[in-house]
Design a protein around this ligand. Structure first.
Ligand code: IMP
Length: 211
């Protein structure tokens, strides 16, 4: 508990964007979210798992053990059906084997590789989904695992300026927009991470009560 009687939860990420996204909805549940910046002694945690669940659990277990606090972690990525659900857990590192063009960001290089790999794949077979696995680990050993998904299709060229990662290539047919054409609130309302967070919060009280 912190000074205001709120439960303090550590989010097992250095990503300020993720902390911002998760802190407000969790605060409504009486949870105060802090990031790893409060615990500089915890270094980078290697994601050695082969599934989103494994990677999220690796991060949350390590942070829970190091802090003695309830730890929440998420691991996410893009599954493309024509690539046997790749790049999956390797989404962030997908194009590390490609050379960057001058001034090209990793996100742009990842998209360039994805478009190349799908160059002969017709629209009808470009189905994909974003996946987010979110876990909570309690110091007494209890673990909560939830998953959120967002179904879409990979476009043939980037569209939109918002978001990050593969957002400009992700087309949501139900609203006929790319993820990068959505505001942050519009994206949260339908995204994999938004869905995973809603699933986590729906089960939070039972998890904390040990049910
Ligand atoms: P991580 O969960 O921080 O390891 O992120 C995995 C990678 O998946 C990111 O670096 C992005 O490439 C991709 N990714 C995850 N969520 C999103 C999203 O909401 N939009 C676009 N790309 C995403």
């Amino acid at each position: 508990m912190n000074d205001n009687g709120k439960l303090r939860v550590v989010l097992a990420t250095h990503n300020a964007g993720k902390i911002r996204e998760l802190a407000d909805p969790m605060a409504d549940f009486g949870i105060e979210v802090v990031g790893l910046s409060l615990f500089p002694e915890i270094g980078e945690i290697e994601e050695t798992g082969t599934t989103f669940e494994e990677n999220a659990l690796i991060k949350a277990r390590a942070v829970c053990a190091a802090t003695g606090l309830v730890a929440v972690a998420d691991d996410s990525g893009l599954e493309v059906d024509a690539l046997d659900k790749g790049p999956g857990v390797y989404s962030a590192r997908y194009s590390n084997d490609w050379e960057s063009l001058p001034g090209e960001s990793v996100d742009k290089r990842n998209m360039r590789k994805l478009l190349f790999e799908l160059r002969d794949v017709p629209q009808a077979r470009r189905s994909c989904r974003f996946v987010s696995c979110m876990v909570a680990v309690h110091p007494d050993g209890r673990e909560l695992v939830v998953r959120g998904t967002w179904e879409g299709r990979i476009l043939e060229e980037p569209l939109g300026e918002n978001g990050f990662g593969y957002d400009p290539l992700f087309w949501d047919e139900s609203i006929r927009k790319s993820a990068a054409q959505l505001t942050r609130d519009e994206k949260n309302a339908r995204s994999h991470r938004g869905n995973a967070l809603r699933a986590l919060l729906a089960r939070w009280s039972d998890f904390m009560a040990g049910k």
